[in-house]
Design a protein around this ligand. Structure first.
Ligand code: PRP
Length: 212
């Protein structure tokens, strides 16, 4: 009997896409998913257990071995810098990390950048040789330049709708983001067969030619 594989799924915008991918790989993800309030979902038929976590916490659960594997955005991986093993680019929840501001922005003496990603932003501006004060916010980042908290923001852009509706422009496309499958380093050795089998099934789904 193989060991139960514990998987951290991120609640929110990635969840449905990740669940769809797992279903396509033949895993019986229950239809209620994150609609319910249950946070631990056993899947005995697949010998797995799912936990529903806040996306930013997924790498923490994985690093400490509370779960064996997890699904997480590359944005969170870069920001949290946890010691996890990145197994697979799932190609879902595709978006980009960008520097954003009001049209016609000119650098002032004091530059402030608001973001949910202070580590990523600090490193980026340091590499660019720009001295900025980075202000950490937890959401609705686009508000910051609109009401004068910051000159610019570093945030995710998916459809661009939030920017358009708030009269903001993308100044620099920093890098592309997708969701990744990550593993705990010890689990990867101890449950290698189970993790590898899941990786193979997911990889097949990801690389399968799109149906017409
Ligand atoms: C994300 C991101 C942008 C928006 C981009 O916010 O921080 O605000 O989505 O998507 P769009 O380009 O399709 O408009 P999220 O919905 O996660 O909310 P939050 O930042 O307030 O947490």
């Amino acid at each position: 009997m193989s060991q139960v594989l514990k998987v951290a799924m991120p609640k929110g915008r990635i969840y449905n896409k990740a669940a769809e991918l797992f279903r396509a790989a033949g895993l019986p993800i229950p239809p209620e998913g994150e609609e319910g309030r249950k946070l631990v979902i056993p899947l005995p038929e697949a010998n797995m257990e799912f936990i529903l976590a806040k996306p930013v916490d997924v790498p923490t659960y994985v690093e400490y071995g509370a779960v064996d594997i997890g699904i997480v955005g590359k944005d969170v991986l870069l920001e949290e810098n946890r010691d996890v093993y990145e197994l697979l680019d799932l190609g879902i929840a595709r978006c980009r990390m960008s520097v954003i501001g009001l049209p016609g922005w000119q650098p002032g003496i004091q530059q402030r950048v608001a973001t949910k990603y202070p580590n990523v932003a600090s490193q980026y501006f340091r590499e660019q040789g720009q001295q900025v004060e980075v202000i950490k916010l937890n959401g609705s980042i686009e508000l910051a330049p609109l009401i004068g908290l910051a000159d610019r923001i570093v945030d995710m852009v998916e459809t661009g709708q939030t920017l358009r509706e708030n009269g903001l422009v993308e100044m620099t496309h920093m890098f592309d983001i997708t969701s990744r499958l990550v593993a705990n380093r010890v689990s990867y050795r101890m449950k290698n067969a189970e993790i590898q089998a899941l990786c193979d099934s997911l990889h097949k789904v990801i690389t399968a030619p799109a149906e017409i």
